[in-house]
Design a protein around this ligand. Structure first.
Ligand code: FAD
Ligand code: SIN
Length: 602
């Protein structure tokens, strides 16, 4: 595909990805007169966004009693463990209501409360109910469907070009500026040229054996940007959602974690309605780890589950979500009305959650780190924007607050479009952003096969959250892991995506330590010598491209995790000096007396 002569006067923006960030940005840019080409590697709905359940956090003009934008900012900073970019957080929370209004103009309908106002859900670590949802627990599907409808209308009107099954494989650069994308479609190579590229390629849950993410989440955007020389940030922080349905409770080879092929996230909003976690002995264990129990921030709840299971001698096992009282207290039919999708999906899995417990375990969910951007979505490479989960604006800090991701995609997707329309992306330089953990590897990885690289010049540090901020994990009782998981992993196995995913879960998952991370790095480096993730494959096999992207992303994540010696947010090192002294006696005690948790759900 080449630049169209008839639209030469209109600035052309190529958007890669059709989740909330890409679709919303495409609509805004098109409606402002830009010539937009939208590429997506599957169908338009194939994205993390489609699966979002809980909703979108936003303090509206008529907020819940007592809620304020200031409170949303404070909750976000607290969940982020003092590692957020405060200015970016302020922008996101303050501008949320305008993007919610724009979503509604594009045809999104949020659920209404009995009084006709928006129905606002509560999720963990939010100090007030402020989660807008649609279709109960089908927020992502409803939002995506409306945005896709609007995009296809514009395509039919001839003002927007959509290319599906178009897998972006590399960024094209000209005169030091990103000026196009190479992609695979039906096994054939094609290129599209433009004035700038917005990466909206989402996350990388497929790095781990157990994930809430769909198959498209393979770190492609991050790998493309890194090979083009872009700086990354915060890659050590990967969030694990505490409650993913465990449908096949068997372990993989040599006791390593199993691969869940059809993951079902059980929304945090279920705990927001009062559901609790119990272990295989029926013990309600969360309060022993954190005073906020099930409504502690996500990193705390996932870590508590992982440590509790390790203490019980069953590190790859599961706990249970008990929603029975939610139904009892609110009356028969409440769960089906509030969570229709989850009610059906758990029934499909053979569980009537109004009467039975739901087996759950933490699963890789969201990458706080990503391609470093400023508040206008600009990366360190001129002509290259990033927005949504692929980007790291710093708003999510070391641990994302629930339902802040869809919001980030909206606010910073819009801000990137505003910048593009102002013409500044055509300027000679992108903003100076810091090379943070992982960049040394990134720079060396961006070698032979990359189309071009841009030298990073060691720019100043982005403003980060104040050290004085109280981390959300304050009050959390640490515990050492008696038997580090994954030691039995055979890291001499040859590379395959499945083995990579098991390695990452076993050695760079919820619980990490220096030995596990070093073992992971060794295996990854060995595989990299053969697979060459620094080089774009010449062939047309999409899976080969994804495998290399995943391997590159894994190397970057592990390198960043090895560099950060202390525990912070979602990055928990059981060998961190601060935690060594904090062993929770209660768990030392219970681990001696408690039998191994049952693996069987009955
Ligand atoms: P995505 O929605 O993931 O979209 C990425 C797009 O890029 C896809 O279309 C993909 O196909 C495309 N793509 C990727 N690589 C390429 C390539 N090489 N070439 C072309 N196209 C490519 N967040 C919330 O705020 N609230 C929630 O309630 C919530 N619930 C969630 C529930 C689940 C089960 C999951 C998995 C996530 C949830 N999240 C939630 C997180 C949130 O959904 C995501 O972080 C967010 O949707 C990311 O949006 P995005 O537009 O950045 O990326
Ligand atoms: C959920 O519904 O629990 C997921 C919300 C999120 O990831 O923000």
């Amino acid at each position: 595909m080449t630049r169209r002569g008839s639209t030469a006067a209109r600035a052309r923006l190529i958007i890669v990805g059709s989740g909330i960030a890409g679709l919303y940005a495409a609509l805004l840019a098109t409606d402002s007169g830009a010539d937009v080409v939208l590429l997506s590697k599957g169908q338009l709905r194939d994205s993390n966004t489609w699966y979002a359940q809980g909703g979108i956090s936003a303090v509206l003009d008529g907020p819940a009693p007592g809620d304020t934008v200031t409170a949303h900012i404070a909750d976000t900073l607290q969940a982020g463990a003092g590692h957020c970019n405060e200015e970016a957080v302020r922008l996101m929370c303050a501008e949320a209501s305008r993007d919610i209004a724009a979503l509604q103009r594009f045809g999104v309908h949020f659920d209404a409360a009995a009084d006709g106002g928006p129905a606002l859900g509560l999720e963990a670590a939010h100090s007030a109910p402020r989660i807008l949802h649609a279709g109960g627990d089908a927020t992502g599907a409803k939002v995506t469907a409306a945005l896709i409808h609007a995009v296809l209308e514009r395509q039919a009107g001839g003002v927007l070009t959509v290319r599906t099954s178009a897998h972006a494989t590399s960024l094209l650069q000209q005169n030091g500026k990103v000026a196009g994308v190479e992609f695979l479609q039906d096994g054939n190579r094609a290129t599209v040229h433009g004035d700038a590229v917005l990466l909206a390629t989402g996350g990388a849950g497929q790095l781990f054996a157990r994930t809430t993410n769909p198959a498209v989440a393979t770190a492609d955007g991050l790998a493309l940007a890194v090979r083009a020389g872009a700086a990354t940030a915060d890659l050590e922080f990967f969030q694990f959602h505490p409650t993913c349905l465990v449908s096949s409770p068997s372990a993989g080879p040599a006791g390593t974690p199993c691969l869940d092929r059809d993951p079902l996230l059980i929304s945090e909003a279920v705990r927001g309605e009062g559901a609790v976690l119990t272990d295989g002995n029926g013990k309600h264990f969360m309060r022993a780890y954190h005073p906020d129990a099930e409504l502690a921030s996500r990193d705390v709840v996932s870590r508590s589950i992982a440590l509790h299971l390790a203490k019980l001698g069953d590190p790859n096992g599961h706990v249970y979500l008990d929603a029975r009282d939610v139904e009892r207290i609110n009356g028969a039919g409440f769960l089906a009305r509030r969570f229709p999708t989850l009610t059906q999906r758990t029934l499909d899995a053979g569980i009537d959650w109004t009467r039975e417990l739901v087996p759950v375990a933490p699963a890789a969910h969201y990458w706080m780190g990503g391609v470093a951007t400023d508040a206008h979505g600009r990366t360190t490479v001129p002509g290259l924007y990033a927005a949504g989960e692929v980007a790291c604006t710093g708003v999510q800090g070391a641990n994302r607050l629930a339902s802040n991701s869809l919001l980030e995609g909206l606010v910073f997707g819009r801000r990137a479009i505003e910048d593009f329309l102002s013409g500044s992306s055509a300027g000679p330089s992108a903003p100076a952003l810091p090379p943070r953990t992982g960049n040394r590897l990134a720079s060396s990885a961006a070698g032979a096969g990359a189309h071009a690289t841009t030298a990073l010049s060691g720019p100043p540090e982005l403003p980060r959250g104040s050290d004085a901020a109280q981390p959300a994990s304050a009050g959390w009782k640490a515990a050492t892991v008696p038997e580090p998981i994954g030691r039995s992993f055979d890291h001499l196995e040859p590379f395959s995506r499945e083995v990579l995913r098991r390695l990452m879960t076993a050695k760079a998952g919820v619980l990490r330590d220096g030995v596990l991370l070093a073992e992971a790095a060794e295996a990854l480096d060995r595989w990299a010598g053969v697979v060459r993730p620094d080089v774009v494959p010449a062939g047309g096999d999409v899976r080969e491209h994804e495998d290399r992207n995943l391997l590159l992303a894994a190397q970057l994540l592990v390198a960043a995790a090895r560099e950060r010696m202390e525990s912070l947010g979602a990055h928990y090192r059981s060998d961190s000096p601060a935690d060594a002294a904090g062993i929770a006696d209660e768990f030392a005690e219970t681990s001696r007396t408690r039998p191994k948790a049952s693996l069987v759900h009955d």
